[in-house]
Write a protein that binds this ligand. Sequence first.
Ligand SMILES: NC(=O)c1ccc[n+]([C@@H]2O[C@H](COP(=O)([O-])OP(=O)(O)OC[C@H]3O[C@@H](n4cnc5c(N)ncnc54)[C@H](OP(=O)(O)O)[C@@H]3O)[C@@H](O)[C@H]2O)c1
Length: 355
Amino acid sequence: MIGVRRPRAVERGRRMRFLVLGGTQFLGRAIAEHAVGLGHAVTCAARGLSGAVPPGARFVAIDRDRPDGLAGLGRDRFDAAVDVARHPGQVRRALAALEGRVGHWTFVSTTSVYADTVTRGQRAGTAPLLAPAEDGPYGAAKVACERLFGGDALICRAGLIAGPGDPTGRFPYWVARLARGGEVLAPAEPEDPVQLIDGRDLADWIVRAARAGLAGPFDAVGPACTRRAFLERCAAALDASCTTTWVDPAFLDRHGVGRESGPFSLPLPLPDTIGDASRDVSATLAAWLTVRPLEETARDTLHWLKAGNGPVTGLTAAEEAALLAAWHAAERCYTAVPSNGRARRCQASPNGRRR
Ligand SMILES: NC(=O)c1ccc[n+]([C@@H]2O[C@H](COP(=O)([O-])OP(=O)(O)OC[C@H]3O[C@@H](n4cnc5c(N)ncnc54)[C@H](OP(=O)(O)O)[C@@H]3O)[C@@H](O)[C@H]2O)c1
């Protein structure tokens, strides 16, 4: 169901009592910081293991893995609550503990809930979902979490979240790599789509949507651009001088290069599945999502990295150089076939090994 049910605090025009289940890292923290900045009374409830809550927010220690783990929240009431959990058991426990005491719920889900990762231009309201799985992998467990919330909740299916504070090292890989300049190895195809959202824009939208009582499923990600535009725009924003070598993903697979994250990978958002990176977000944009320029996200992420705060995961400079050398050697193995005039790969193309 998609609709608007404004929390009572908004109807009365007073500041909201805002609960973030989480709030000690990246997105949850950004939501809490933004809500504090708007003058709301913000409570962050977590174990406190991942970091500190932002200045101005109240911290309440809870442990969602324990049956009585939310007791620290007492009998407090909230106009709006946001949950970033990944485990249905944690969601179930929170909904039971806070029953009747939250005006509006937002659940931060993911575009990984979708079953079809190939078709372009899918919409949140109609795209088929994975089968829910209580202890399943990430996307299936998020579907199970979503189902626990009622029709009045906002189901915010985030795409790849970027910007300062990103603990995953994925977007920071591309920022750090481009800032270094020179020949950049990128996975083909250059015209494939890329989609991401700055965590600060997502935080702003979640707070505004909660104020308005927005309900139903929405994809929370910016409009798509091409991989080529992504790299060129980021490089220009960082004042970096780069050339791009587009490498066949099959070559990268043969060399053991990871596709999503971690060491020896070319991380998201580039090697993404088409369907995940080309979602039709017109409904979310119509519901007040505002997206800052990619250039700003890239520049701010670089500043954050330079301040020594963030991790970068992916290929090292030496690994990238070795792969580029192997790729160029493989390219030299292409030979012209006089009979039809088309290029053909020779049998003995080099096949490197993951280190
Ligand atoms: N990053 C992306 O690109 C991306 C893409 C799509 C969707 N998403 C979604 O966006 C959200 C990101 O949220 P986030 O950045 O705030 O990071 P997160 O890793 O989801 O944060 C988990 C939060 O829950 C708290 N927590 C974990 N276990 C707990 C427990 N047993 N009891 C109480 N609190 C517990 C953690 O704090 P403590 O450790 O201090 O307890 C932390 O604040 C997630 O829902 C994720 O699925 C992310």
